[in-house]
Design a protein around this ligand. Structure first.
Ligand code: F6R
Length: 248
């Protein structure tokens, strides 16, 4: 696992955007694994800016998102479908038929999980997967205790995760209690992984990740089982004292 420390969120977003641009320029038909949430917003903004000035071409790119809330339709303002549309898909030339996100409104959720696994196995693996990290170490919506062997599945969101995401809803009651998420096994199937973490709130989780201890109670620790992971943090998310004391 490689760790890169940037001065601030802007530097982190610029670095992540350049990784995606290089990937797509190297292979125009790349498959990108994408996350939602606050962390990748700066990265998506930079991709859009670059696209507008005639930069990278996404016409042959496919994308596979990590997760979606159960019960929210594709047009719900807080759905991850809407998030991706508003922050990236409608602003660059990605063909909508090449973008994949689990359907949180599927009638048969178990079937939907199987359908999504088939997509990951046929379209994927992602050449490059972007991850954020929850304060409790979740990746995708794989909460503490998730099996490292898991494929796409339904999860009960932890109260702390619902609280952290309540800022985007009018009240915590409106935050769905379940989500569909790519499993950790599918995450590890990606060829390259870039995990982004910004701000003081992520410092503890990043400190724990960098201890190198692998534990299902801390889902992000599964990334130590992958040969090509880069963790990009800003100064606020990086505990220099702890991290420099650790050798692994
Ligand atoms: C979102 C996702 C989550 C977030 C994590 C951090 O698709 O998979 O794991 O990356 O909850 O969220 P933010 O970036 O809002 O702090």
């Amino acid at each position: 696992m490689k760790i890169i420390v940037k001065d601030n969120y802007k530097g982190l977003s610029r670095f992540a955007a350049e990784c995606i641009q290089k990937q797509v320029q190297y292979n125009p038909g790349s498959v990108l694994g994408l996350a939602t949430g606050s962390t990748p917003l700066g990265l998506y903004e930079r991709l859009v800016q670059d696209y507008k000035v005639g930069g990278t071409d996404y016409s042959k790119v496919s994308t596979i998102n990590l997760d979606e809330y159960v019960g929210l339709s594709k047009t719900h303002p807080q759905s991850y479908h809407m998030f991706m549309k508003e922050n990236l898909f409608s602003l660059v030339n990605i063909a909508s038929r090449n973008t994949y996100i689990p359907d949180g409104k599927a009638k048969h959720l178990e079937e939907e999980c199987k359908r999504y696994d088939r997509i990951i196995n046929t379209i994927g693996p992602p050449d490059l997967l972007i991850l954020g990290i929850g304060e409790n170490g979740h990746i995708g919506f794989n909460e503490p205790g998730s099996s490292f062997e898991g494929q796409t599945h339904i999860v009960e969101l932890k109260e702390s995760t619902r609280r952290a995401n309540a800022r985007l809803f009018s009240s915590i009651e409106e935050v769905p209690k379940q989500a569909i998420t790519m499993g950790i096994k599918s995450i590890l199937y990606s060829k390259k992984i870039l995990l982004l973490a910004s701000g003081e709130k992520k410092k503890e989780a990043i400190g724990q990740l960098l201890t190198g201890k692998i534990d299902e109670q801390f889902p992000a620790s599964a990334l130590h089982l992958h040969p090509n992971v880069t963790v990009v943090v800003d100064e606020l998310a990086y505990n220099r004292q702890i991290s420099e004391a650790i050798t692994y």
